[in-house]
Design a binder for this molecule. Structure first.
Ligand SMILES: CC(=O)SCCNC(=O)CCNC(=O)[C@H](O)C(C)(C)COP(=O)(O)OP(=O)(O)OC[C@H]1O[C@@H](n2cnc3c(N)ncnc32)[C@H](O)[C@@H]1OP(=O)(O)O
Length: 405
């Protein structure tokens, strides 16, 4: 027996559902002033609430955007930017019911992929999401870390006022483009809450922009946190990189050169960077840039398996036939042939069998079919097939989202 209804959120319920999500994540209710600044980032569209009578007890929110897939194409993405259930109503199927409504809505609207960032990795596999892109945390020692003289240099870095940052950075992100598989477009509604709140006139983050021969081509948003204390009088501040995007290697190196030049800083920390971010290679001594953590970044859910498989490209190898199982969206269950020429449904016998969350793990190229098979996530019917699938799905550049949502 269910004692709640799941339905779309109305305009009047935006703030109460935002506060419900915040509470589930242990945040304070939003103030009137803050809501007037970034409430527009929480439109009613694409939100499913669970209600007991008129009272919200659960929320599953998403927004539509684009995601880059291997090969350079982009497809529509349902970006799940917040799910939460009131603490006294958890573990009674509320999230399951909201996720089902959300996935059916994505499918009905022809959205091929959905994605999220997971608070806890044990939750989302059952809904068909797999960990599809990783991110690393870098710690760089200051003032020891220096860029090697062979690293290409050029252009200028300038700091923006908060007003300039709010104006300039969205257009710059758009111009830099979705050049890595896993990167997503940032719709206008994303910016007030995720960027302007921290880097705009009321925030404390600092924004710097790099300009090359063709104009602005990279930006970094950062904050500094004082570490000096009575017990550690020689510590400077830690510079925390929150958002860094560059159109090319010259702009990226110049932004890192700038970050490493900021005075009174004893270390630079950057979380959720691409796992193949080449910072260590840029330094005279690569040990001054340490990877101290690798975490899951983006979780991906093929919503329309055929469309998702068709959207990306594959490298040269003999085709493989995948048997995909999808409990929540059974129309996806079936056999798919994937080869250098593309992907299509087939009646042919399967070489490999996997659940749809594992397909999410394979899709962007983060994990190899061989590793997934060895981990028991792919059943192997043809012993040569994992090698072929590795060839087909591998990407040269690691996938990375780089956008918090
Ligand atoms: C994408 C994002 O927004 S990340 C942020 C997610 N939100 C949070 O972490 C906020 C705090 N947590 C919550 O609000 C809730 O606990 C939620 C949303 C994670 C789960 O909601 P619930 O209504 O309890 O989930 P529901 O009852 O549908 O559980 C479905 C299954 O997942 C399991 N599950 C749910 N949450 C968890 C968890 N945190 N850890 C382990 N298992 C979990 C349940 O045990 C259940 O398993 P079963 O199918 O084997 O019985």
């Amino acid at each position: 027996m269910t004692d709640f209804d799941v339905r779309p959120v109305t305009d009047d319920e935006r703030r109460s559902t935002f506060d419900l999500l915040g509470r589930s994540l242990h945040a304070q209710p939003v103030s009137d002033q803050a809501w007037s600044r970034f409430g527009s980032s929480w439109p009613a569209a694409h939100k499913f609430g669970a209600f007991d009578g008129g009272t919200p007890i659960g929320i599953a929110s998403s927004f539509d955007t684009r995601i880059a897939v291997p090969g350079g194409g982009t497809v529509t993405l349902g970006a799940v930017d917040g799910v939460g259930v009131r603490a006294d109503r958890t573990r009674r199927g509320v999230l399951t019911a909201m996720m089902a409504a959300q996935l059916e809505d994505f499918a009905a609207r022809g959205i091929p992929l959905a994605a999220l960032h997971a608070s806890e990795p044990t939750i989302y596999g059952r809904f068909g999401y797999g960990s599809a892109a990783l991110g690393k945390t870098l710690r760089v020692a200051r003032p020891a870390a220096r860029l090697d003289e062979r690293v290409a240099a050029g252009g200028d870095v300038r700091m923006l006022t908060p007003e300039e940052a709010v104006e300039a950075v969205p257009a710059l992100y758009e111009r830099i483009g979705l050049h890595r598989a896993g990167m997503i477009g940032r719709p206008a509604a994303w910016w007030p809450n995720m960027h302007d709140r921290h880097a705009g006139p009321h925030g404390r983050h600092i924004t710097a922009v790099h300009s090359g021969p063709d104009g602005d081509d990279g930006f970094v948003v950062y904050d500094t946190v004082e570490r000096r204390s009575f017990d550690a009088p020689d510590e400077g501040a830690v510079l925390d990189v929150r958002d860094l995007h560059a159109a090319d290697p010259v702009a990226r190196a110049a932004l890192w050169r700038f970050l490493l030049s900021v005075d009174l800083v004893s270390g630079v920390r950057a979380r959720h960077r691409p796992v193949d971010e080449p910072l260590a290679l840029l330094l005279t001594d690569h040990r001054h840039a340490r990877t101290c953590e690798v975490e899951d970044d983006l979780w991906l859910r093929p919503v329309d398996v055929a469309a998702a498989l068709r959207a990306r490209t594959y490298r040269a190898a003999d085709p493989v036939v995948l048997a995909v199982r999808d409990r929540m969206l059974p129309a996806n269950t079936g056999h798919y042939e994937v080869g250098p020429g593309g992907a299509r449904r087939t009646d042919a016998a399967a070489h490999l069998a996997l659940d749809v969350d594992t397909l999410g793990m394979l899709y962007l190229g983060q994990w190899s079919a061989t590793a997934l098979a060895q981990a028991g996530r792919i059943e192997v019917h043809d012993p040569a097939a994992p090698d072929r699938a590795d060839e087909l799905f591998t990407t040269v550049t690691a996938p990375w989202c780089g956008t918090h949502f």
